[in-house]
Design a protein around this ligand. Structure first.
Ligand SMILES: C[S@@+](CC[C@H](N)C(=O)[O-])C[C@H]1O[C@@H](n2cnc3c(N)ncnc32)[C@H](O)[C@@H]1O
Length: 266
């Protein structure tokens, strides 16, 4: 998320237990940080998994795209224990948390790849998926590379399978509504911070000071810099481009004032 302030904090969360890293504690602190920006985050995941069940059933093969710590895979396995998942991301620190959390779970494989690399799908263990799911991530890509990516996903999703993108998709046709919503969300974020939630920059500061995550965190800042922002086209753009790139149907299946969940059916 890009809506952060410059931190001047002493780390307040150190998720380590007696020398061993407590990966679940890192998951909780990541979730808390993300929820400060996205109070509806769990609802979005719930609707996403409802639509997975409705369209491809309770034992899907899933690609958790730009998986971060594996947030979608985590909810997927809790709800559908017979699912399998591939998590793909470029961030070595978030992937370290994902790999630590799911160590020994042979239902999931994590892959390091840059979604802007035209050959990123070569690194995947399967050549087709029932569902490709992504959340709070593709706004990092500009619409040109994102449209290219949608073309690749149309080849990766099997016929009858689904792609879902839950992300920030503000509608440029409603600037005053957007501004009012932004103001309210900032007030919510301030309350979450006052209650102890870390913002994006503060969370990374804690990671940078952790003995296990310090090196991969330094590496992720070398890769990304502070943050990479795209141009956040509206939900109608996503649905249109997904259809143009080969999906049969595409539309919003959930929305908040700032975010949407767009589903495309192959
Ligand atoms: C805010 S996190 C969201 C992670 C997870 N989906 C969640 O909801 O908790 C955005 C993720 O997108 C990943 N990402 C952004 N651009 C990427 C790219 N070009 N290739 C691979 N991953 C990318 C980042 O590394 C990061 O893990």
């Amino acid at each position: 998320m890009s809506e952060s302030t410059t931190p001047a904090v002493t780390p307040v969360v150190t998720p380590a237990v007696a020398g061993a890293t407590d990966w679940r504690a890192w998951q909780r602190s990541w979730d808390r940080q993300q929820e400060a920006y996205l109070p509806d985050r769990e609802e979005r995941f719930r609707v996403m998994l409802d639509m997975v069940e409705a369209l491809v059933g309770p034992e899907p093969r899933v690609l958790d795209l730009a998986c971060g710590t594996g947030s979608i895979t985590d909810r997927l396995f809790k709800r559908f224990p017979k699912a399998v998942s591939t998590g793909v991301d470029l961030d070595p620190a978030l992937l370290a948390i994902a790999e630590g959390t799911f160590a020994g779970d042979d239902r999931v494989t994590f892959v390091t790849a840059d979604l802007k690399d035209p050959r990123w799908t070569d690194a995947l263990p399967y050549d087709a998926y029932d569902a490709v799911l992504t959340a709070t991530a593709l706004h990092w890509l500009h619409s040109g590379p994102l449209a290219e990516l949608y073309g690749q996903l149309a080849l990766l999703v099997r016929d009858g399978g689904v792609f879902m993108n839950a992300d920030h998709m503000p509608d440029p046709a409603t600037p005053r509504i957007n501004a009012a919503d932004r103001e309210q969300r900032h007030a919510q974020m301030d309350r979450a911070k006052a209650a102890g939630a870390l913002d994006w920059a503060q969370w990374w500061e804690v990671a940078a000071n952790d003995p296990v995550l310090a090196a991969p965190t330094a590496e992720r800042f070398r890769i990304y810099g502070e943050h990479a922002d795209g141009d956040t086209p509206p939900a109608a753009w996503h649905a249109r481009v997904l259809r143009e790139k080969g999906f049969a149907e595409a539309r919003t299946v959930w929305a908040s004032p700032s975010d949407a969940l767009v589903l495309a059916l192959k």
